[in-house]
Design a protein around this ligand. Structure first.
Ligand code: SF4
Length: 72
């Protein structure tokens, strides 16, 4: 389970997810330790996945619940 949550395979290669990249404050560029200024969606062969930079997908909750949905 833990392996699935943080697996590199589930996320696309992007500079924003790379250990060497830092997203700028305006979120328009990534400052890379290896390649300089890059576009957020770019990547290169030095790409190294950093799970701490992953932004989880937003969860949308249904709003059409009724009282019967919570009855046993
Ligand atoms: S250019 Fe390569 S090394 Fe730099 S942040 Fe992007 S993927 Fe990582």
């Amino acid at each position: 389970m833990k392996q699935k949550l943080f697996s590199e395979k589930n996320y696309s290669k992007k500079c924003t997810n790379c250990a060497y990249g830092t997203l700028t404050d305006d979120k328009m560029n990534v400052l890379c330790q290896k390649k300089g200024v890059k576009e957020p969606d770019d990547f290169c062969r030095k790409y190294k996945y950093d799970p701490l930079k992953r932004v989880p997908q937003k969860i949308t909750l249904r709003s059409d619940y009724t009282a019967e949905d919570f009855m046993l």
